[in-house]
Write a protein that binds this ligand. Structure first.
Ligand code: SF4
Length: 240
């Protein structure tokens, strides 16, 4: 299915209970013809009003970080695990959510997100926040870790991540930074580190696809968590 058809089809989706409370489906923001995807958890109220992901205060913060690195909106494709805003903004499974960890909520990642990734075919991906990391890397499994740190340390168990995505960076969600938690400057540096690395990797891959022997380099997929500015918390290699 081509990207536009996918988006139009998703806008009619009624596969999970969130379709009853949404005002509109929020599919993306940015450029589908890109090598870099950013993925968050769920649309905010502002996103729902504007019809675009990352269009509220968290998106403005992200945009400032992107501007400072010379990354334009058209350089990336931003989306969320869920395409419909959960009531109260709480992700299914979250303590504040009216929805329990509803298995049907996983439909969004198993179908729309997978199809979206397939249509965009990115080389690098940034997962913002634990919800995106958990649901992107563990959806449909019974052993989804509760702790953020366990998400990546156990990723070697996963053999069916998107094979074309060679670098996956997991970092703070921009909305987390808006809460003014201690260490917020370090967290901003971490977000900037993740989006900068994703850009650099995609740029390098485009510029030099040949290894020393003249053959195209096919790197293994690597998932890296960046929650501290200078020292990635965990780096993990996932064989495909
Ligand atoms: S959240 Fe996803 S699966 Fe649920 S209705 Fe919306 S588009 Fe469909």
């Amino acid at each position: 299915m081509d990207y536009t058809t996918l988006m139009m089809t998703c806008r009619r989706c009624d596969e999970c209970p969130l379709h009853e409370t949404r005002k509109r489906v929020v599919f993306h923001r940015g450029n589908s013809d890109t090598d870099v995807m950013y993925i968050g958890g769920a649309p905010t109220e502002e996103d729902e009003q504007n019809g675009e992901c990352f269009s509220g205060k968290d998106g403005q913060l992200l945009q400032r970080a992107m501007d400072s690195l010379g990354i334009e909106t058209g350089d990336v494709l931003m989306t969320n695990i869920l395409k419909c805003r959960p009531p109260g903004g709480a992700f299914p499974g979250d303590k504040k959510s009216k929805f329990e960890a509803d298995p049907t909520a996983g439909h969004c990642s198993r179908t729309w997100l997978d199809e979206q990734v397939e249509a965009v075919s990115p080389k690098a991906m940034v997962l913002f926040g634990p919800a995106a990391a958990q649901w992107a890397l563990y959806r449909g499994r019974d052993d989804m870790p509760k702790r953020f740190g366990d998400v990546v340390s156990r990723c070697y168990q996963r053999k069916d991540l998107w094979p074309g995505v060679k670098r996956i960076y997991v970092t703070w969600h921009p909305s987390h930074l808006l809460r003014g938690a201690p260490g917020v400057n370090n967290q901003l540096d971490s977000v900037m580190g993740a989006i900068s690395k994703a850009k650099d990797y995609a740029d390098a891959l485009r510029a030099n696809k040949k290894g020393p022997t003249g053959k195209t380099i096919v790197p293994k997929q690597v998932v890296t968590v960046i929650t501290k500015p200078s020292a990635p918390m965990i780096g993990s290699s996932c064989d495909q």
